[in-house]
Design a protein around this ligand. Sequence first.
Ligand code: NAD
Length: 287
Amino acid sequence: MALIIDGKALSRKVRARIGEEVKELNAVQERAPGLAVIQLGEDPASTIYVNSKIKACTEAGIESFGYILKSDTSEEELLTLIAELNSDPRVDGILCQLPLPDQINEEKIILAIDPDKDVDGFHPFNVGLLSMGKQEALVACTPLGCIEMLKEYKIPLRGKKAVVIGRSNIVGKPMAYLLLRENCTVTITHSHTPVAELPELCRQADILVVAIGKPGFITPEYTNPDQVIIDVGINRTREGKIIGDVDFESVAPIVHAITPVPGGVGPMTIAMLLKNTVTSYRRRVAD
Ligand code: NAD
């Protein structure tokens, strides 16, 4: 049976570590780190995510400022709020929960957030820094959590072959850049990669990161016995069960290490949001 990379336990550890760091900083600074969380409408899934982010902040000693706006809020109103938060000295990070309603252009909103407060790491400035391999980039929380898990489990990265399935701006691409920054040899596969070629490409990977959004897509033919698999997928079955993009039952017994779903990448994402907020705070108070 594979080594199970326990994201839940690791996230608790990382969050406790951040909590200690914040306590030490609070003892010498005039204010706590602050995160503004904006949500439009009351979509149940978004509400669960937003509430768990706010709870995690509170536990770590980070002040949170919640803005739950009506779903028919105009783009102009949202841009005005973001401009206020950009200049609010109590706010180190601004998170606008996606997806946004149709009347709002998501790209415009991402661009409006001050790159220094872009704790989601979606602003083109931070994406650019990451693509240049710069450490100072604020990096999207999910891929950052994946790298943190690999490092915490001391999985060798330098010179290793990594295959990323999926090229979304929030997971696949930043994941590939992070692996490249760690000196992996990276292959990105996507919806135009010939389906017949995918198993062979994946079998060659030392590290396989799967972010495709298709339940149980990865089966034993995509794997090799020395492989480390990071399953980013979150899919809800008809019965309401959450499952990953990897068919855990058939794959876990035959690979070296794997993240479970739930309890793998998901909990690390929130821990990285706290980490990015504290990074941004440190830069601001050091200014
Ligand atoms: P997305 O739909 O934006 O991207 C899916 C990607 O898969 C696309 O780039 C597409 O090109 C690629 N793809 C589709 N078919 C393919 C094929 N046959 N071969 C190779 N690639 C193919 O999804 P996303 O936002 O990147 O999310 C991916 C998954 O990760 C989803 O299940 C999502 O719910 C989950 N997710 C989890 C977290 C977390 O915190 N754990 C965060 C974000 C997303």
